[in-house]
Write a protein that binds this ligand. Structure first.
Ligand SMILES: *Cc1c(COP(=O)(O)O)cnc(C)c1O
Length: 366
């Protein structure tokens, strides 16, 4: 079977060495040595400050909302956040779970990210934040989003789960917004099995979040405020340290898969328009076909050869009634979600496999 992605498994030998250390120290969690080491190395690698490791990418979003005061409101008020419908469900469900109503504004049909031109119409007196997604690693229009946020005094939390290692105008994309969150789930570009991180703009927000992920404790006998358990543990950090050592290999492998697809599919499928000034991380290979019927044809043709492509992201989230969003139509997102397919991309995908998959795409696109 060829899945849409495979978790990258780093050197087993190196992982064993880290695990030996964990056994020697007998320290498994609570800001252990490996969590501290990974924090430092990620800050260096990404070129950011104020990075906090957490248990997964969904908690990263929720802690960011809490630390920035998006979800704590006086009784009777219903906080809202303007977000994109073209993303993984966790972006919106994390808001809902935290008592913040997601309000969907439509995407740009070319960049596939939240279109700043649609944000203002979605803002109400209850709006507290904008939660855009650098979808498939493509940088949002951060200047325009920043201008709107300042005008309405809103927090900006970027769901940067797809944007590991992406730079924008010469520095990390993750520096933008009051916070940016990462997911280190096994299927992501860089992973710790399960895991995530928040990059805060301000040190005081980082310090508040650091307490929040440890039950709100400010010391062994000092309970500052209600918190949760969202700590990363040493085994996760050990995996992360090993994967980080091999990032060059991972990126190189994915870049060559991308280049092969690009060569074979040139001009035959619609691709995402990349924001100028932004780098690519090759985390995904999404293509938009002409219509949904072709997507269905491709999915079944691939299935016959045991290839599992995925309809990322379908459905468009404004249509998910349990999220309780008003029936605002997001025409561009809906149209794109019907036409989108993510083709398999991972280290170890062979040229023959890429050719086989590409020929099936070309077949349905005739
Ligand atoms: C993966 C992902 C998440 C959730 O991250 P987990 O680590 O799986 O909790 C959130 N948002 C987006 C856009 C994602 O792709």
């Amino acid at each position: 079977m060829i899945p849409v992605t495979k978790p990258y498994l780093p050197s087993r030998e190196k992982l064993s060495k880290y695990i030996d250390g964990i056994y020697e120290r007998q320290w498994l969690t609570n800001n252990g040595q490996l969590v501290q080491e990974l924090t430092q190395r990620l800050e260096d690698y990404l070129g950011v400050e104020n990075l906090l490791l957490v248990a997964n990418g969904t908690l990263a979003l929720q802690i960011a909302y809490r630390a920035l005061g998006v979800s704590d409101t006086p009784p009777g008020e219903q906080p809202e956040a303007v977000t994109t419908p073209f993303t993984f469900i966790a972006t919106a469900s994390s808001l809902k779970w935290d008592g913040v109503q997601p309000v969907f504004a439509d995407i740009d049909p070319n960049s596939w990210c939240l279109n700043p031109a649609n944000i203002e119409a979605a803002i109400t007196p209850n709006t507290r934040a904008i939660v855009p997604v650098h979808v498939f690693g493509n940088a949002c229009d951060i200047e325009a989003i920043d201008t709107i946020a300042q005008k309405y005094k809103l927090k900006v939390i970027y769901d940067a789960s797809h944007a590991f290692g992406v730079n924008y105008k010469g520095e990390s994309l993750l520096k933008h917004g009051d916070a940016a969150t990462l997911s280190f789930h096994a299927t992501k570009l860089f992973h710790t099995g399960e895991g995530g991180a928040i990059i805060f703009k301000r040190k005081e927000d980082l310090e508040r979040a650091r307490r929040m992920i440890n039950f709100g404790l400010a010391g062994p006998e000092c309970i500052e405020e209600p918190g949760i358990n969202a700590k990363m543990n040493e085994l996760q950090a050990a995996m992360g340290l090993c994967v980080l050592d091999e990032m060059e290999q991972i990126s190189g492998d994915r870049q060559s898969v991308t280049e092969s697809y690009d060569h074979l599919l040139k001009g035959r499928v619609q691709k995402q328009r990349i924001q100028s000034g932004a780098s690519l991380n090759h985390a995904y290979y999404p293509v938009a076909l002409e219509n949904e019927a072709r997507v269905m044809d491709l999915m079944s043709s691939l299935r016959e050869s045991d290839v599992l492509a995925r309809r990322y992201f379908y459905p468009s989230l404004e249509s998910v009634t349990s999220l309780g969003a008003s029936s605002m139509t997001c025409f561009e997102s809906r149209k794109l979600s019907e036409r989108i397919v993510c083709l398999p991309i991972y280290s170890g995908l062979t040229s023959a496999e890429i050719e086989m998959i590409s020929s099936k795409v070309l077949e349905v696109c005739q």
